[in-house]
Ligand binder design. Structure first.
Ligand SMILES: [Zn+2]
Ligand SMILES: [Zn+2]
Length: 146
């Protein structure tokens, strides 16, 4: 079972889809895979800060003088990529719809999307919003089950 997602472009371990999403936002990286590796989780016994690597832990020690850490790496939770993806997509869709409403753009119609030239015919507003949603959805094709 997967306990993390790994970015194939820079080998960063992400603990869930949300982190992959944030990583994508920051780096533009789009190739993630499920991984059975566990994201290091070193919890500071004094303040509860979670460090994700020895480097981070060392920095935290230096900055705060805190020295005791509990290694909770093995408590990494199994992630349900499908379920997290679905939730993230739903959130994304709601965000986009909210944005579209703010902009006064009409909601996408329930009718199945017609790919191709028909979109060019007339109704600019509808088409543009439908495309924005499709565009965002396309970003989500990168995390798939393999
Ligand atoms: Zn990356
Ligand atoms: Zn601390």
């Amino acid at each position: 079972m997967a306990t993390s997602l790994v970015c194939k472009q820079c080998d960063t371990l992400l603990k869930d889809v949300k982190e992959a999403q944030a990583h994508n936002d920051i780096t533009g990286h789009t190739q993630f895979e499920e991984s059975t590796q566990k994201v290091p989780r070193l919890v500071c016994a004094e303040c509860g800060k979670v460090c994700r690597s020895d480097v981070e832990r060392a920095m935290h020690s230096r900055g705060t003088g805190h020295k005791e850490f509990v290694d909770k790496t093995d408590e990494a939770e199994v992630i349900d990529t499908e379920q997290q993806m679905a939730a993230a997509k739903q959130e994304l869709k709601e965000d986009l719809e909210a944005d579209a409403e703010l902009l006064g753009v009409k909601r996408k119609k329930a009718a199945p999307a017609q790919e191709g030239a028909s979109a060019a015919a007339g109704a600019g507003g509808d088409g543009a919003e439908a495309m924005a949603v499709d565009e965002e959805m396309r970003r989500w094709q990168w995390i798939r089950r393999w």
